[in-house]
Structures are given as structure tokens and as C-alpha cells.
Design a protein around this ligand. Structure first.
Ligand SMILES: Cc1cc2nc3c(=O)[nH]c(=O)nc-3n(C[C@H](O)[C@H](O)[C@H](O)COP(=O)(O)O)c2cc1C
Length: 188
């Protein structure tokens, strides 16, 4: 897949085929994502990939706690809100959930660099998944659910950066329009 084409054709996928994703495909997408730029001392994140019973348990938990996102959902229009609630209800029938965690820290400087580095890698992860014919969608997870997820995964004490649903796409969404970037050139 050509680079720019891959960047432009990736979409958040919220509906998945009932087809398991081989672990080696996810592993390859993560390994290839490691070519992202990184602040080396902060490369301390981990991926937790949940399938089968663990995936179902986590999906039930996320669904049951989506009420905590009410304040965020209220900012959307009725149609969009129903679509998001439906996504949280089914998680797009995803058979695989991926969670990315970093070691907890009170140091804001350290935390900023950890999150920035992991975010750069995750963008490449999503592009690599797309190149593998897979799709994914980020999951906004409220704090109360974060603690429970970490408990199920046995990762208490770490900070959950983000979760994704993941699988073979069963939809081809239209692109979401982007606003023009806010850029200030200081060239005098
Ligand atoms: C950190 C993060 C969290 C997200 N959380 C959600 C979510 O909770 N529910 C959802 O439907 N989409 C979620 N998304 C997906 C975005 O809505 C989506 O990427 C955005 O609308 C742009 O669409 P595109 O990815 O197809 O270009 C999330 C994306 C990111 C990066």
C-alpha cells in the first residue's frame, strides 16, 4: 500500500466481521509500528490484546459503564449520539480488544513524553493494521472503567492510555471531513 494512500484511506471502523484475527498479524502491525519516532527512555508502554472470554468480559464491562460518558455524549447531536451508544453496546461485534498502558507516574514532564511517544507509535499501528486489511476504532474510557479494565488484565498500578476495538472491517465509512489546520508562520 502506498504511504499517502494508506494514511488517507484509513478509517475508524465500528463494525467487524465475525472472523478472528491471528495474533501474528497484530504482532506484525505492532512490530512495524516501532519504526515511529520515540523518546527512547520513555519507551515503556505495553499492549494487552484480549480475545475470547477476556474480550467478552471487558466488552460487558465497557458497555455497563458507558453511562459515565453521558456528559461527553450530550455534546453530540441526537443521530450521532445514538450511533455512539450503539457502538458502545455492541463494540461493533469486535472479537478483539487492545489496550495500551504506561507505568503510572506523578511526574507531568515524564508522562507527557510517554504519552506523546506512544501516540506516535499508535498512529503507525493503525496504519499498519489498515495495510493488513484490518480496522480499529479508539475507545474513550471513563476513569472508573479504566481501573476495572486494569484489574481484569492484571495491570493494576499502570495507566491506561487508550483502548481499541479491532477486527476485519464489515463497513466502509465515508471520510470524516477535517478542519483546516491552525498554523502560524513566524517568518519575519
Ligand atoms: C483517543 C481516541 C478515542 C476515541 N474514542 C472513540 C469512541 O469512544 N467512540 C467512537 O465511536 N470513536 C472513537 N474514536 C474514533 C474517532 O471518533 C475517529 O477517529 C474520528 O471521528 C475520525 O474518523 P476517522 O478515524 O475515520 O478518520 C476515538 C479516537 C481516538 C484517537
Amino acid at each position: 500500500m502506498e504511504l499517502l494512500e494508506g494514511i488517507r484511506t484509513r478509517r475508524a471502523i465500528r463494525k467487524f466481521k465475525d472472523k478472528p484475527v491471528p495474533n501474528e498479524v497484530i504482532e506484525r502491525a505492532i512490530e512495524n509500528a516501532k519504526w515511529a519516532p520515540v523518546a527512547p527512555p520513555f519507551r515503556q508502554w505495553e499492549y494487552a490484546v484480549a480475545t475470547n472470554a477476556t474480550c467478552s468480559r471487558l466488552a460487558t464491562l465497557i458497555n455497563a459503564n458507558s453511562i459515565h460518558l453521558k456528559h461527553m455524549l450530550d455534546t453530540f447531536g441526537e443521530k450521532e449520539r445514538s450511533r455512539i451508544i450503539e457502538y458502545y453496546r455492541t463494540l461493533g461485534n469486535s472479537r478483539c480488544l487492545v489496550f495500551v498502558t504506561i507505568p503510572s507516574t506523578d511526574d507531568q514532564w515524564e508522562r507527557k513524553y510517554k504519552i506523546l511517544s506512544v501516540a506516535l507509535e499508535l498512529q503507525l499501528f493503525l496504519i499498519n493494521l489498515h495495510a493488513e486489511g484490518l480496522g480499529a476504532c479508539g475507545l474513550t474510557i471513563p476513569l472508573v472503567t479504566e481501573e476495572k479494565i486494569l484489574k481484569i488484565l492484571g495491570l493494576e498500578g499502570r495507566e491506561l492510555v487508550v483502548g481499541f476495538t479491532l477486527g476485519y472491517p464489515d463497513e466502509s465509512p465515508e471520510p470524516v471531513p477535517r478542519e483546516r489546520a491552525k498554523i502560524t508562520f513566524y517568518d519575519d
